[in-house]
Design a protein around this ligand. Sequence first.
Ligand code: FAD
Length: 317
Amino acid sequence: MKVIEHIKQAKETIFSFEILPPLKGQNISAIYNSIDPLMEFNPPFVNVTYHREEVVYKRLPNGFLEQKTIKKRPGTVGICAAIQNKYKIDAVPHILCGGFNKEDTENALIDLDFLGIENVLALRGDSMKGETYFVPEKDGHAYARDLVSQISRMNEGKYLDEELQNSTPTNFCIGVAGYPEKHFEAPSINNDIEKLKEKVDAGAEYITTQLFFDNQAYFDYVEKVREAGIQVPVIPGIKPIATKKHLSLLPHRFNVDLPDALVKEVVACADNKAVRQVGVEWAVEQSKALKAAGVPVIHFYSMGKVDNIKAIASAVF
Ligand code: FAD
């Protein structure tokens, strides 16, 4: 079933979460171990991230460096199929512009369609390590908006080859990303929201937000999004802070501000066990307030820390 249908049918706020494919070499039980403990909270869908290839350097015996392009976390599509098969819930694969040309995208979508996957989160992806700006593939998409358009066209039965006869329409519900504190490349929040509207006009049916630690940032964002004429659901994304290192890593990687009160509490912690407790309590308060405000879904970024998400969900759902 489509995410948007789950939202329409739900009588109260839905619990959902995102998982990462395991590092290459691990088996599918690593995924099941991060889903099993959360099934008691009845997630109707689970997102699975996509990780594009990375350039790595290996030093050779002669001192030269060998450049290799590898995927450290392959398996998104297989994991989605396994989740739908084992848990009978919907999987939402993330699909990127980065690393795909239009033909690759079309073929990936055909695979997903054949597997009975009805949802995708359409994203641009970040620049490759070592590149300052995102560089699309030759004949690939530069912005998520254009990826959304391609998926929407396939939903109308329009494939790249216009001469295809009797082509079957796909039936994907398309989600896109939104940034309450602005995407780091956008010149202003209003400009970012204008671009967000282009994604919705191209066929996106809901928005999932980047993580945030101050609910006011989300509420203000939703207000601006509505003022811009965007009517689709805006799903808040929550991640509990878990280590002292997160104080610098999260703002750097996700362009988010941490409220002073949270920073002070984390700084005062004796160790990361105490930080984890602070992070869980903060996320519980955030989630309770979001639920009280009637948000459609609370989407948790688990990043492999399933115990933290379970502790939060136990207090909220
Ligand atoms: P876009 O919507 O294309 O926007 C990118 C930037 O370009 C923004 O600054 C926007 O304002 C600007 N822009 C958009 N359209 C135009 C235009 N027409 N002209 C000029 N500027 C424009 N990354 C992964 O690699 N794998 C994942 O699985 C993954 N999952 C994610 C899940 C969520 C919920 C979120 C919020 C992010 C996720 N990301 C993931 C990160 C994401 O790929 C990056 O944030 C990326 O930098 C932007 O992706 P986007 O889809 O928001 O891009």
